[in-house]
Design a protein around this ligand. Sequence first.
Ligand code: SAM
Ligand code: SF4
Length: 484
Amino acid sequence: MRLIFFYRNMIFHPQSYTLADRPGEPFIDPAEIEQMLAETASPSLEQVRQVIARSLGRERLSLRDTAVLLNAEEPAARALILESARQLKQQIYGNRIVLFAPLYIGNRCINHCAYCGFRAGNRAAIRHTLSDGEIARETRALEASGHKRLILVYGEHPAYSPEYIAHTVQLVYGTKNGSGEIRRVNINAAPLSVEGFRTVRRAGIGTYQIFQETYHPEAYARFHPAGPKRDYLYRLTAFDRAMEAGIDDVGIGALLGLYDWRFEVMALVRHTNHLEACFGVGPHTISFPRVKNASEVDSRPEHLVSDDDFIRLVAILRLAVPYTGLILTAREPAALRDRLIEYGVSQIDGGTKLEIGGYSSDAPEQNLHREQFQLNDERPLSEVIRSLIERGRIPSFCTACYRKGRTGEHFMEFSVNGFIKRFCTPNALLTFAEYLENYADPATRQKGWQLIEAEVEKQTEATINTALRDRLTRIQSGEKDNLF
Ligand code: SAM
Ligand code: SF4
Protein backbone atom coordinates (compact mmCIF):
# COMPACT_ATOMS: atom_id res chain seq x y z
CA MET A 1 0.00 0.00 0.00
CA ARG A 2 2.85 2.36 0.86
CA LEU A 3 4.22 1.94 -2.64
CA ILE A 4 0.89 2.74 -4.25
CA PHE A 5 0.55 5.88 -2.14
CA PHE A 6 4.06 6.93 -3.17
CA TYR A 7 3.36 6.13 -6.81
CA ARG A 8 0.18 8.13 -6.88
CA ASN A 9 1.75 11.18 -5.37
CA MET A 10 5.08 11.21 -7.12
CA ILE A 11 4.30 10.38 -10.68
CA PHE A 12 0.71 10.35 -11.69
CA HIS A 13 -0.45 13.50 -13.43
CA PRO A 14 -4.13 13.13 -14.32
CA GLN A 15 -4.80 13.70 -18.00
CA SER A 16 -8.25 14.40 -19.34
CA TYR A 17 -9.64 12.19 -22.03
CA THR A 18 -12.96 11.94 -23.83
CA LEU A 19 -13.64 8.70 -21.94
CA ALA A 20 -13.17 9.09 -18.20
CA ASP A 21 -11.21 6.42 -16.37
CA ARG A 22 -13.56 4.29 -14.35
CA PRO A 23 -12.85 0.64 -13.49
CA GLY A 24 -14.65 -1.75 -15.85
CA GLU A 25 -15.59 0.96 -18.35
CA PRO A 26 -14.23 1.56 -21.86
CA PHE A 27 -11.28 3.93 -22.04
CA ILE A 28 -10.02 3.63 -25.62
CA ASP A 29 -11.48 6.24 -27.94
CA PRO A 30 -10.03 5.54 -31.41
CA ALA A 31 -11.07 8.97 -32.72
CA GLU A 32 -9.21 10.68 -29.87
CA ILE A 33 -6.03 8.68 -30.56
CA GLU A 34 -6.24 9.32 -34.32
CA GLN A 35 -6.80 13.02 -33.66
CA MET A 36 -3.78 13.28 -31.36
CA LEU A 37 -1.64 11.56 -33.98
CA ALA A 38 -2.95 13.95 -36.65
CA GLU A 39 -2.41 17.06 -34.50
CA THR A 40 1.21 16.19 -33.79
CA ALA A 41 2.16 15.29 -37.39
CA SER A 42 5.64 16.31 -38.63
CA PRO A 43 7.10 17.61 -35.36
CA SER A 44 10.23 19.75 -35.49
CA LEU A 45 13.50 18.42 -34.12
CA GLU A 46 13.14 20.93 -31.30
CA GLN A 47 9.74 19.54 -30.30
CA VAL A 48 11.16 16.03 -30.25
CA ARG A 49 14.10 17.27 -28.16
CA GLN A 50 11.77 18.83 -25.60
CA VAL A 51 9.77 15.64 -25.20
CA ILE A 52 12.93 13.57 -24.83
CA ALA A 53 14.34 16.00 -22.26
CA ARG A 54 11.25 15.39 -20.13
CA SER A 55 11.72 11.64 -20.37
CA LEU A 56 15.43 11.79 -19.53
CA GLY A 57 14.50 14.07 -16.64
CA ARG A 58 12.46 11.12 -15.35
CA GLU A 59 9.14 12.72 -16.12
CA ARG A 60 6.37 10.46 -17.29
CA LEU A 61 5.39 11.28 -20.90
CA SER A 62 1.81 12.20 -21.74
CA LEU A 63 -0.15 10.56 -24.53
CA ARG A 64 0.39 13.65 -26.67
CA ASP A 65 4.16 13.53 -26.03
CA THR A 66 4.11 9.91 -27.17
CA ALA A 67 2.31 10.96 -30.36
CA VAL A 68 5.08 13.51 -31.05
CA LEU A 69 7.71 10.76 -30.86
CA LEU A 70 5.63 8.41 -33.03
CA ASN A 71 5.37 11.11 -35.68
CA ALA A 72 9.09 11.92 -35.76
CA GLU A 73 10.16 10.90 -39.27
CA GLU A 74 13.24 13.10 -39.82
CA PRO A 75 16.42 10.98 -39.70
CA ALA A 76 17.96 13.27 -37.04
CA ALA A 77 14.89 12.99 -34.81
CA ARG A 78 14.71 9.23 -35.24
CA ALA A 79 18.39 8.87 -34.40
CA LEU A 80 17.90 11.04 -31.31
CA ILE A 81 15.03 8.82 -30.13
CA LEU A 82 17.16 5.69 -30.44
CA GLU A 83 20.16 7.23 -28.74
CA SER A 84 18.06 8.63 -25.89
CA ALA A 85 16.31 5.31 -25.29
CA ARG A 86 19.69 3.61 -25.13
CA GLN A 87 20.90 6.23 -22.66
CA LEU A 88 17.80 5.94 -20.47
CA LYS A 89 17.96 2.17 -20.41
CA GLN A 90 21.66 2.19 -19.52
CA GLN A 91 21.39 4.92 -16.90
CA ILE A 92 18.42 3.50 -15.12
CA TYR A 93 18.52 -0.24 -15.57
CA GLY A 94 22.19 -0.92 -16.30
CA ASN A 95 23.23 -4.22 -17.82
CA ARG A 96 20.71 -6.59 -16.29
CA ILE A 97 18.44 -8.70 -18.44
CA VAL A 98 15.82 -10.95 -16.86
CA LEU A 99 15.36 -14.46 -18.28
CA PHE A 100 12.24 -16.61 -18.29
CA ALA A 101 10.63 -19.43 -20.27
CA PRO A 102 7.06 -20.01 -21.47
CA LEU A 103 5.45 -23.35 -20.64
CA TYR A 104 2.46 -24.17 -22.84
CA ILE A 105 -0.01 -26.20 -20.77
CA GLY A 106 -2.61 -26.92 -23.44
CA ASN A 107 -3.83 -25.78 -26.86
CA ARG A 108 -7.54 -26.57 -26.72
CA CYS A 109 -9.39 -23.45 -27.74
CA ILE A 110 -12.93 -22.29 -28.48
CA ASN A 111 -11.91 -19.04 -30.15
CA HIS A 112 -11.24 -18.27 -33.80
CA CYS A 113 -8.41 -15.75 -33.73
CA ALA A 114 -7.47 -15.53 -37.40
CA TYR A 115 -3.71 -15.37 -36.75
CA CYS A 116 -3.34 -18.24 -34.27
CA GLY A 117 -2.47 -21.89 -34.92
CA PHE A 118 -4.57 -22.96 -31.91
CA ARG A 119 -7.86 -21.47 -33.24
CA ALA A 120 -10.88 -23.74 -32.94
CA GLY A 121 -11.46 -24.28 -36.65
CA ASN A 122 -7.90 -25.39 -37.40
CA ARG A 123 -8.20 -29.10 -38.08
CA ALA A 124 -4.50 -29.42 -38.77
CA ALA A 125 -3.68 -28.45 -35.17
CA ILE A 126 -2.55 -31.38 -33.04
CA ARG A 127 -4.29 -30.81 -29.71
CA HIS A 128 -2.87 -31.80 -26.38
CA THR A 129 -3.17 -30.75 -22.75
CA LEU A 130 -0.32 -31.78 -20.50
CA SER A 131 -1.23 -34.29 -17.80
CA ASP A 132 -0.05 -33.53 -14.24
CA GLY A 133 2.82 -35.96 -14.77
CA GLU A 134 3.79 -34.22 -18.01
CA ILE A 135 3.65 -30.78 -16.36
CA ALA A 136 6.02 -32.06 -13.68
CA ARG A 137 8.32 -33.56 -16.33
CA GLU A 138 8.40 -30.32 -18.32
CA THR A 139 9.05 -28.32 -15.15
CA ARG A 140 11.94 -30.60 -14.17
CA ALA A 141 13.44 -30.24 -17.66
CA LEU A 142 13.24 -26.45 -17.38
CA GLU A 143 14.74 -26.54 -13.89
CA ALA A 144 17.56 -28.75 -15.16
CA SER A 145 18.55 -26.00 -17.60
CA GLY A 146 18.64 -23.41 -14.79
CA HIS A 147 15.32 -21.61 -15.21
CA LYS A 148 13.67 -20.00 -12.18
CA ARG A 149 10.85 -17.98 -13.77
CA LEU A 150 8.11 -19.42 -15.98
CA ILE A 151 5.02 -18.13 -17.68
CA LEU A 152 2.29 -20.76 -18.11
CA VAL A 153 0.25 -20.35 -21.30
CA TYR A 154 -3.22 -21.75 -22.05
CA GLY A 155 -5.71 -21.71 -24.91
CA GLU A 156 -9.21 -20.55 -23.99
CA HIS A 157 -11.39 -23.52 -23.11
CA PRO A 158 -13.83 -24.48 -20.33
CA ALA A 159 -11.31 -27.18 -19.35
CA TYR A 160 -8.86 -24.42 -18.41
CA SER A 161 -10.96 -23.08 -15.56
CA PRO A 162 -9.53 -20.79 -12.85
CA GLU A 163 -9.35 -23.84 -10.55
CA TYR A 164 -7.43 -25.81 -13.17
CA ILE A 165 -5.06 -22.89 -13.81
CA ALA A 166 -4.49 -22.53 -10.04
CA HIS A 167 -3.81 -26.27 -9.83
CA THR A 168 -1.18 -26.14 -12.60
CA VAL A 169 0.52 -23.12 -10.97
CA GLN A 170 0.77 -24.95 -7.65
CA LEU A 171 1.99 -28.09 -9.39
CA VAL A 172 4.86 -26.15 -10.97
CA TYR A 173 5.82 -24.48 -7.67
CA GLY A 174 5.80 -27.87 -5.97
CA THR A 175 7.99 -29.62 -8.55
CA LYS A 176 11.69 -29.60 -7.66
CA ASN A 177 14.63 -31.09 -9.46
CA GLY A 178 17.43 -31.58 -6.95
CA SER A 179 18.12 -28.03 -5.91
CA GLY A 180 16.39 -26.71 -9.04
CA GLU A 181 13.08 -24.96 -8.45
CA ILE A 182 10.73 -22.48 -10.08
CA ARG A 183 10.47 -19.39 -7.92
CA ARG A 184 8.01 -17.31 -9.89
CA VAL A 185 5.09 -18.54 -11.99
CA ASN A 186 3.34 -15.98 -14.22
CA ILE A 187 0.33 -16.84 -16.36
CA ASN A 188 -0.99 -15.85 -19.77
CA ALA A 189 -4.61 -16.96 -19.92
CA ALA A 190 -8.01 -15.82 -21.14
CA PRO A 191 -9.70 -13.02 -19.16
CA LEU A 192 -11.43 -14.18 -15.98
CA SER A 193 -14.18 -12.91 -13.71
CA VAL A 194 -13.20 -11.21 -10.44
CA GLU A 195 -13.85 -14.49 -8.62
CA GLY A 196 -11.73 -16.39 -11.17
CA PHE A 197 -8.88 -13.94 -10.64
CA ARG A 198 -9.16 -14.41 -6.87
CA THR A 199 -8.73 -18.14 -7.40
CA VAL A 200 -5.55 -17.80 -9.43
CA ARG A 201 -4.18 -15.12 -7.09
CA ARG A 202 -4.49 -17.53 -4.18
CA ALA A 203 -2.29 -19.98 -6.12
CA GLY A 204 0.52 -17.41 -5.88
CA ILE A 205 0.85 -16.22 -9.46
CA GLY A 206 3.43 -13.56 -10.21
CA THR A 207 2.24 -11.51 -13.19
CA TYR A 208 -1.12 -11.98 -14.91
CA GLN A 209 -0.46 -11.29 -18.57
CA ILE A 210 -2.90 -10.92 -21.44
CA PHE A 211 -2.65 -9.07 -24.74
CA GLN A 212 -5.45 -6.97 -26.20
CA GLU A 213 -4.10 -8.11 -29.61
CA THR A 214 -5.38 -4.93 -31.28
CA TYR A 215 -6.88 -1.99 -29.42
CA HIS A 216 -8.74 -0.89 -32.54
CA PRO A 217 -12.34 -2.13 -32.13
CA GLU A 218 -13.04 -2.65 -35.85
CA ALA A 219 -9.79 -4.48 -36.52
CA TYR A 220 -10.44 -6.48 -33.35
CA ALA A 221 -13.84 -7.58 -34.67
CA ARG A 222 -12.28 -8.68 -37.99
CA PHE A 223 -9.62 -10.87 -36.36
CA HIS A 224 -11.90 -12.34 -33.67
CA PRO A 225 -15.03 -13.35 -35.55
CA ALA A 226 -16.42 -15.88 -33.06
CA GLY A 227 -16.05 -17.31 -29.57
CA PRO A 228 -15.91 -15.50 -26.22
CA LYS A 229 -12.88 -13.51 -27.33
CA ARG A 230 -15.14 -11.55 -29.69
CA ASP A 231 -16.02 -9.44 -26.67
CA TYR A 232 -13.53 -6.56 -27.01
CA LEU A 233 -14.63 -4.80 -23.83
CA TYR A 234 -14.50 -7.88 -21.61
CA ARG A 235 -10.87 -8.34 -22.64
CA LEU A 236 -10.04 -4.64 -22.39
CA THR A 237 -11.25 -4.53 -18.80
CA ALA A 238 -9.62 -7.82 -17.71
CA PHE A 239 -6.97 -6.00 -15.67
CA ASP A 240 -9.60 -3.90 -13.91
CA ARG A 241 -11.13 -7.15 -12.65
CA ALA A 242 -7.70 -8.59 -11.85
CA MET A 243 -6.91 -5.47 -9.78
CA GLU A 244 -10.26 -5.75 -8.02
CA ALA A 245 -9.30 -9.31 -7.12
CA GLY A 246 -6.03 -8.07 -5.62
CA ILE A 247 -3.67 -8.83 -8.52
CA ASP A 248 -1.69 -5.62 -8.96
CA ASP A 249 1.07 -7.19 -11.05
CA VAL A 250 -0.20 -7.26 -14.64
CA GLY A 251 1.33 -7.40 -18.12
CA ILE A 252 -0.37 -5.68 -21.05
CA GLY A 253 0.44 -6.15 -24.74
CA ALA A 254 -0.56 -5.72 -28.38
CA LEU A 255 -0.03 -8.18 -31.21
CA LEU A 256 1.61 -6.09 -33.91
CA GLY A 257 0.45 -6.54 -37.48
CA LEU A 258 -3.30 -6.38 -36.96
CA TYR A 259 -3.57 -2.58 -37.12
CA ASP A 260 -1.33 0.49 -37.46
CA TRP A 261 1.53 0.17 -34.95
CA ARG A 262 1.42 3.84 -34.01
CA PHE A 263 -2.18 3.45 -32.93
CA GLU A 264 -1.28 0.38 -30.86
CA VAL A 265 1.58 2.17 -29.08
CA MET A 266 -0.74 5.07 -28.23
CA ALA A 267 -3.32 2.60 -26.93
CA LEU A 268 -0.73 0.78 -24.78
CA VAL A 269 0.20 4.11 -23.18
CA ARG A 270 -3.50 4.96 -22.79
CA HIS A 271 -4.05 1.58 -21.10
CA THR A 272 -1.16 2.35 -18.76
CA ASN A 273 -2.73 5.70 -17.91
CA HIS A 274 -6.09 4.03 -17.27
CA LEU A 275 -4.61 1.57 -14.78
CA GLU A 276 -2.68 4.36 -13.06
CA ALA A 277 -5.80 6.54 -12.86
CA CYS A 278 -8.05 3.78 -11.52
CA PHE A 279 -5.70 1.81 -9.30
CA GLY A 280 -2.64 3.97 -8.72
CA VAL A 281 -0.37 1.41 -10.33
CA GLY A 282 0.54 0.86 -13.97
CA PRO A 283 1.33 -2.41 -15.72
CA HIS A 284 4.42 -4.31 -14.62
CA THR A 285 5.32 -5.21 -18.19
CA ILE A 286 4.43 -4.42 -21.79
CA SER A 287 4.73 -6.98 -24.61
CA PHE A 288 4.65 -6.18 -28.31
CA PRO A 289 4.83 -9.46 -30.24
CA ARG A 290 4.81 -9.31 -34.04
CA VAL A 291 2.52 -11.75 -35.85
CA LYS A 292 4.46 -14.80 -37.09
CA ASN A 293 3.63 -17.73 -39.36
CA ALA A 294 1.27 -20.23 -37.81
CA SER A 295 -0.41 -23.50 -38.74
CA GLU A 296 -2.83 -22.99 -41.65
CA VAL A 297 -2.70 -19.21 -41.37
CA ASP A 298 -2.59 -18.29 -45.02
CA SER A 299 -2.79 -14.54 -45.24
CA ARG A 300 -0.15 -12.21 -43.84
CA PRO A 301 -1.70 -9.25 -42.06
CA GLU A 302 -1.66 -5.96 -43.92
CA HIS A 303 -0.05 -3.96 -41.10
CA LEU A 304 3.20 -5.92 -40.81
CA VAL A 305 5.79 -3.91 -38.88
CA SER A 306 9.26 -3.59 -40.46
CA ASP A 307 12.39 -4.20 -38.38
CA ASP A 308 13.23 -0.49 -38.47
CA ASP A 309 9.81 0.52 -37.22
CA PHE A 310 9.95 -2.24 -34.61
CA ILE A 311 13.18 -0.81 -33.21
CA ARG A 312 11.72 2.73 -33.17
CA LEU A 313 8.65 1.46 -31.41
CA VAL A 314 10.64 -0.20 -28.63
CA ALA A 315 12.72 2.94 -28.15
CA ILE A 316 9.56 5.11 -27.99
CA LEU A 317 7.95 2.81 -25.44
CA ARG A 318 11.14 2.94 -23.36
CA LEU A 319 10.98 6.73 -23.32
CA ALA A 320 7.20 6.97 -22.82
CA VAL A 321 6.83 4.49 -19.93
CA PRO A 322 10.32 4.37 -18.46
CA TYR A 323 9.37 2.39 -15.35
CA THR A 324 7.67 -0.51 -17.09
CA GLY A 325 9.42 -3.76 -18.01
CA LEU A 326 9.56 -4.46 -21.76
CA ILE A 327 9.36 -8.10 -22.87
CA LEU A 328 10.67 -9.45 -26.17
CA THR A 329 10.20 -13.14 -26.96
CA ALA A 330 11.87 -15.71 -29.18
CA ARG A 331 9.34 -14.93 -31.89
CA GLU A 332 12.14 -12.63 -33.06
CA PRO A 333 15.54 -13.78 -34.37
CA ALA A 334 18.61 -13.63 -32.12
CA ALA A 335 20.35 -10.73 -33.89
CA LEU A 336 17.30 -8.48 -33.61
CA ARG A 337 16.79 -9.46 -29.98
CA ASP A 338 20.37 -8.43 -29.23
CA ARG A 339 19.80 -5.01 -30.81
CA LEU A 340 16.52 -4.40 -29.04
CA ILE A 341 18.03 -5.09 -25.63
CA GLU A 342 20.13 -1.95 -26.20
CA TYR A 343 17.04 0.20 -26.71
CA GLY A 344 15.07 -0.85 -23.70
CA VAL A 345 14.00 -4.49 -23.63
CA SER A 346 14.40 -5.77 -20.07
CA GLN A 347 13.10 -9.36 -20.19
CA ILE A 348 13.63 -12.13 -22.74
CA ASP A 349 12.86 -15.84 -22.86
CA GLY A 350 15.64 -18.34 -23.36
CA GLY A 351 15.70 -21.94 -24.62
CA THR A 352 12.03 -21.62 -25.55
CA LYS A 353 10.05 -24.59 -26.94
CA LEU A 354 6.52 -23.95 -28.08
CA GLU A 355 5.61 -27.53 -28.88
CA ILE A 356 3.42 -28.81 -26.08
CA GLY A 357 5.63 -31.17 -24.06
CA GLY A 358 8.67 -29.94 -26.02
CA TYR A 359 11.07 -29.35 -23.11
CA SER A 360 11.18 -32.99 -22.07
CA SER A 361 11.07 -34.54 -25.55
CA ASP A 362 13.64 -34.47 -28.33
CA ALA A 363 11.56 -33.28 -31.26
CA PRO A 364 14.21 -32.46 -33.89
CA GLU A 365 12.49 -29.47 -35.46
CA GLN A 366 9.48 -27.23 -35.13
CA ASN A 367 6.15 -28.61 -36.25
CA LEU A 368 3.75 -25.70 -36.71
CA HIS A 369 0.70 -27.92 -36.24
CA ARG A 370 1.80 -28.56 -32.67
CA GLU A 371 2.65 -24.92 -31.95
CA GLN A 372 0.93 -21.61 -31.73
CA PHE A 373 3.28 -19.83 -34.14
CA GLN A 374 6.79 -20.04 -35.53
CA LEU A 375 9.77 -19.45 -33.28
CA ASN A 376 12.74 -17.58 -34.72
CA ASP A 377 15.28 -17.84 -31.91
CA GLU A 378 15.84 -21.51 -31.16
CA ARG A 379 19.01 -21.19 -29.11
CA PRO A 380 19.13 -23.19 -25.88
CA LEU A 381 19.27 -21.18 -22.65
CA SER A 382 23.01 -21.86 -22.27
CA GLU A 383 23.70 -20.24 -25.63
CA VAL A 384 21.51 -17.22 -24.92
CA ILE A 385 23.45 -16.75 -21.69
CA ARG A 386 26.82 -17.10 -23.42
CA SER A 387 25.82 -14.47 -25.92
CA LEU A 388 24.60 -12.08 -23.19
CA ILE A 389 27.89 -12.48 -21.30
CA GLU A 390 29.85 -11.68 -24.46
CA ARG A 391 27.91 -8.43 -24.73
CA GLY A 392 28.56 -7.53 -21.10
CA ARG A 393 24.93 -8.13 -20.06
CA ILE A 394 24.11 -9.73 -16.72
CA PRO A 395 21.60 -12.56 -17.09
CA SER A 396 19.25 -12.35 -14.11
CA PHE A 397 16.89 -14.96 -12.68
CA CYS A 398 15.89 -12.62 -9.89
CA THR A 399 12.54 -13.16 -8.17
CA ALA A 400 13.42 -11.25 -4.99
CA CYS A 401 10.89 -8.41 -5.09
CA TYR A 402 7.97 -10.70 -5.75
CA ARG A 403 8.98 -13.02 -2.93
CA LYS A 404 9.76 -10.22 -0.50
CA GLY A 405 6.40 -8.56 -1.21
CA ARG A 406 7.98 -5.64 -3.06
CA THR A 407 5.52 -5.43 -5.96
CA GLY A 408 5.96 -2.75 -8.60
CA GLU A 409 9.71 -3.20 -8.63
CA HIS A 410 10.27 -1.54 -12.01
CA PHE A 411 8.60 1.54 -10.68
CA MET A 412 10.83 1.49 -7.61
CA GLU A 413 13.90 0.94 -9.77
CA PHE A 414 12.99 4.08 -11.62
CA SER A 415 11.96 6.32 -8.80
CA VAL A 416 13.55 5.21 -5.54
CA ASN A 417 17.08 6.51 -5.23
CA GLY A 418 19.62 3.74 -4.79
CA PHE A 419 17.07 0.93 -5.24
CA ILE A 420 18.91 -0.62 -8.18
CA LYS A 421 22.24 -0.40 -6.39
CA ARG A 422 20.89 -1.95 -3.21
CA PHE A 423 18.60 -4.61 -4.62
CA CYS A 424 18.45 -5.14 -8.37
CA THR A 425 22.09 -5.38 -9.37
CA PRO A 426 23.17 -7.43 -6.31
CA ASN A 427 20.24 -9.83 -6.74
CA ALA A 428 20.87 -10.18 -10.47
CA LEU A 429 24.50 -11.03 -9.69
CA LEU A 430 23.56 -13.54 -6.98
CA THR A 431 21.09 -15.39 -9.21
CA PHE A 432 23.56 -15.31 -12.10
CA ALA A 433 26.28 -16.73 -9.81
CA GLU A 434 23.90 -19.49 -8.75
CA TYR A 435 23.28 -20.30 -12.40
CA LEU A 436 27.02 -20.38 -13.17
CA GLU A 437 27.80 -22.67 -10.25
CA ASN A 438 25.03 -25.16 -10.95
CA TYR A 439 24.27 -25.16 -14.67
CA ALA A 440 27.04 -23.57 -16.75
CA ASP A 441 29.87 -25.29 -18.62
CA PRO A 442 33.41 -24.44 -17.39
CA ALA A 443 34.15 -21.83 -20.10
CA THR A 444 30.87 -19.98 -19.48
CA ARG A 445 31.45 -20.20 -15.73
CA GLN A 446 34.85 -18.60 -16.07
CA LYS A 447 33.66 -15.76 -18.30
CA GLY A 448 30.57 -15.27 -16.16
CA TRP A 449 32.58 -14.86 -12.96
CA GLN A 450 34.83 -12.33 -14.71
CA LEU A 451 31.72 -10.32 -15.53
CA ILE A 452 30.50 -10.60 -11.95
CA GLU A 453 33.86 -9.43 -10.63
CA ALA A 454 33.79 -6.40 -12.93
CA GLU A 455 30.27 -5.52 -11.74
CA VAL A 456 31.17 -5.94 -8.06
CA GLU A 457 34.09 -3.58 -8.59
CA LYS A 458 31.60 -0.93 -9.70
CA GLN A 459 29.77 -1.20 -6.35
CA THR A 460 31.56 1.65 -4.67
CA GLU A 461 29.51 1.68 -1.49
CA ALA A 462 31.56 -0.29 1.01
CA THR A 463 28.69 -1.93 2.91
CA ILE A 464 26.98 -3.18 -0.26
CA ASN A 465 30.29 -4.30 -1.73
CA THR A 466 31.24 -6.31 1.37
CA ALA A 467 27.80 -7.87 1.80
CA LEU A 468 27.70 -8.80 -1.86
CA ARG A 469 31.15 -10.40 -1.85
CA ASP A 470 30.23 -12.37 1.25
CA ARG A 471 27.04 -13.71 -0.33
CA LEU A 472 28.80 -14.55 -3.59
CA THR A 473 31.36 -16.60 -1.66
CA ARG A 474 28.54 -18.45 0.07
CA ILE A 475 26.99 -19.27 -3.31
CA GLN A 476 30.37 -20.59 -4.48
CA SER A 477 30.35 -22.89 -1.46
CA GLY A 478 26.97 -24.31 -2.48
CA GLU A 479 24.42 -21.99 -0.85
CA LYS A 480 21.21 -21.43 -2.85
CA ASP A 481 18.57 -18.76 -3.12
CA ASN A 482 20.47 -16.03 -1.35
CA LEU A 483 18.76 -12.71 -1.94
CA PHE A 484 18.66 -9.12 -0.77
N1 SAM B 1 -5.44 -18.02 -25.35
C1 SAM B 1 -5.14 -16.94 -24.51
C2 SAM B 1 -5.43 -15.63 -25.18
O1 SAM B 1 -5.63 -15.60 -26.38
O2 SAM B 1 -5.42 -14.63 -24.48
C3 SAM B 1 -3.73 -17.03 -24.07
C4 SAM B 1 -2.74 -16.42 -24.90
S1 SAM B 1 -2.19 -17.03 -26.41
C5 SAM B 1 -1.82 -18.69 -26.09
C6 SAM B 1 -0.69 -16.04 -26.34
C7 SAM B 1 -0.56 -14.89 -27.27
O3 SAM B 1 0.13 -15.32 -28.44
C8 SAM B 1 -1.81 -14.28 -27.84
O4 SAM B 1 -2.38 -13.37 -26.93
C9 SAM B 1 -1.33 -13.61 -29.11
O5 SAM B 1 -0.99 -12.26 -28.90
C10 SAM B 1 -0.06 -14.37 -29.44
N2 SAM B 1 -0.14 -15.00 -30.76
C11 SAM B 1 -1.13 -15.75 -31.25
N3 SAM B 1 -0.88 -16.11 -32.54
C12 SAM B 1 0.31 -15.55 -32.86
C13 SAM B 1 1.10 -15.53 -34.06
N4 SAM B 1 0.71 -16.13 -35.18
N5 SAM B 1 2.28 -14.88 -34.04
C14 SAM B 1 2.70 -14.25 -32.92
N6 SAM B 1 1.99 -14.23 -31.76
C15 SAM B 1 0.81 -14.86 -31.73
FE1 SF4 C 1 -7.13 -19.42 -28.73
FE2 SF4 C 1 -5.52 -17.58 -27.59
FE3 SF4 C 1 -4.96 -18.66 -29.99
FE4 SF4 C 1 -6.96 -17.00 -29.80
S1 SF4 C 1 -4.78 -16.51 -29.39
S2 SF4 C 1 -7.02 -18.97 -30.90
S3 SF4 C 1 -7.74 -17.49 -27.79
S4 SF4 C 1 -5.01 -19.69 -28.03
